[in-house]
Design a protein around this ligand. Sequence first.
Ligand code: HEC
Length: 136
Amino acid sequence: MATGRGIVVAVAFALLGVGGRACAGPVDDLLQQFQAQGASHFTVAAGEALWERSVTDPKTGEVRRCALCHTTDLRKVGKHATTGKAIEPMAPSVNPKRLADKEKIEKWLERNCKWTLGRVCTPQEKGDALTMIGSR
Ligand code: HEC
């Protein structure tokens, strides 16, 4: 009996695995690209640390973080720190449009890293961020 249940669970995971990979295409591509650029293993924990890292903008004295616009809970609607406009949730689990378009991801990572950290993110940071966002 226990063995039978084990097989059912194994099959369910196999199906989920195939489905998950099909959806995560653009992210998988980018993660491979970042590793080719010298990044190593990506982790959710490092992505979380980056998300909450506070950096003081030297010009304005503002303290900036990714979570400032996107919130700490990625399943919630965010709010743009300068325009006040709502930003749809970042978590793909509640917003399937997220992490679906490679060009969009790259464009916004570039722009948001510059605004938040005052520089572009390294391939390692970008991979950790996408790994964390994808887990939400
Ligand atoms: C000043 C506000 C702001 C900050 C701070 C910010 N973002 Fe964003 N981010 C945006 C906006 C606006 C969009 C695009 C609007 C949309 O798609 O809803 C976006 C989109 C993104 C996307 C694209 C997601 C997709 O597939 O649709 C990623 C990835 C992202 N941000 C990551 C980050 C990371 C990582 C940080 C911190 C380094 C960060 N953001 C900080 C405003 C911000």
